[in-house]
Design a protein around this ligand. Structure first.
Ligand code: SF4
Length: 372
């Protein structure tokens, strides 16, 4: 299959692994964060760490949208779902993330709340058109990849005059999170980033240039196939060895420097920056999320209802926060694989396939004795 089989070729992977091993300087540590959950998933699925020399450590980043949403926002969604006449719609993974006291949208649905799993914003819009007697609220999450469809839905709702549709926006932004990780004393120290694939198709490679130069850390944007990730590691090792801190684009088959200008314009028309947003693990991050612009206020769930703005501490037994800061690995959580599994997730990192804990558990590589 074009662009799939070629990027999963074992022989080429072994060749790339050899090239990486040849370029790694003995005794030097290369701490590389793959920001995106898609890369975390690929690394676990294809066992890429087994191909890398000891000096390279892949560190999972906070680029899984389900994982980074804090408990307070899940509680807010539960509050919305409990309002009279409301039908709350969201993606399947979001329904399973535990909120306070291990409540979840799925449990609220079982208890009688009208909560629907949808595949897209269009499903939620269609439901609002079909059920004028219900207030349909779309619980929107995601990075820059899923924001354009949300913008389209809000424009459609406005054009249709859909008075019973609104959105609870939890869209977050990648570059401010990368800058925050590099700036914070409470996150892991890094030598470079594997930059997101899908996000970068929308925003392009340019938005990473400021952080790369300011913090003197290389970024290589990479696709989600195993050879993409290995090639990106090779490019990062070369940059580190040569003392360069540039933004390079391994995923040139889909990403340009400027990205998708049409999608960016659409998002800018409908959304505006929040002064700050709370991320699980990272805490409050300035200018890191999007709110709905006043022009679309009629479709903003946070203006339609007095949605509680609460900050809730994480479950102290769950190490998701430390994992999202790159300070721990899933196997270092004492609940991993015992109390906490994908069937019974205790934290958000065990819910989505892109979550570090779920990826480690699903592909079972820790069972062979994880060393890194
Ligand atoms: S294994 Fe479960 S409890 Fe532990 S950090 Fe991951 S999600 Fe949290």
């Amino acid at each position: 299959m074009k662009y799939i089989d070629e990027f999963r070729n074992g022989e080429v992977a072994r060749g790339l692994a050899k090239a990486i091993a040849a370029e790694v300087e003995p005794g030097r540590a290369y701490r590389l964060m793959e920001f995106c959950g898609g890369h975390t998933h690929a690394i676990s699925r294809y066992g890429l760490e087994d191909l890398l020399p000891d000096g390279i450590r892949m560190i999972h980043g906070p680029g899984c949208p389900v994982c980074v949403l804090p408990i307070g926002r899940i509680d807010a969604a539960l509050w919305l779902a409990a309002q009279p006449g409301v039908t709350l719609c969201s993606y399947g993974d979001m329904l399973r993330v535990p909120g306070s006291e291990r409540r979840s949208l799925l449990k609220a649905k079982a208890a009688g709340a009208d909560i629907r799993m949808v595949q897209s914003t269009q499903d939620a819009l269609a439901l609002a058109q079909k059920r004028p007697d219900r207030q349909v609220v779309f619980f929107a999450i995601g990075f820059e990849t899923t924001t354009p469809p949300s913008a389209v839905a809000l424009k459609q709702a406005q054009a249709l005059g859909l008075a019973n549709f609104s959105m609870f926006s939890n869209h977050v932004l990648t570059p401010p999170a990368i800058a925050h990780i590099l700036d914070s004393d409470e996150t892991v120290k890094l030598d470079g980033f594997v930059g997101p694939a899908h996000v970068s198709t929308v925003i392009g490679s340019r938005p990473y240039e400021g952080a790369a130069a300011h913090y003197n850390k290389p970024v290589v944007i990479a696709g989600f196939e195993p050879l993409d990730v290995l090639q990106a590691v090779l490019m990062l090792v070369r940059q580190v060895n040569q003392g360069r801190a540039e933004v390079e684009n391994e995923f040139a088959r889909a990403v340009t420097r400027d990205g998708n200008l049409k999608a960016q314009a659409l998002v800018a028309e409908v959304f505006e920056l929040r002064p700050w947003f709370e991320w699980r693990g990272l805490g409050r991050v300035a200018d890191s999320a999007l709110a709905i612009r006043p022009e679309f206020a009629a479709f903003d769930a946070e203006r339609r209802w007095p949605v509680p703005d609460i900050s809730v501490a994480d479950n102290p037994a769950c190490d998701c926060g430390a994992i999202l800061r790159g300070l721990k690995r899933p196997v270092e959580c004492r609940l991993f694989g015992t109390v906490c599994t994908p069937d019974n997730p205790m934290g958000s990192c065990m819910v989505s396939a892109e979550g570090a804990c779920a990826a480690h558990w699903t592909y079972g590589r820790f069972r062979e004795g994880e060393t890194r």
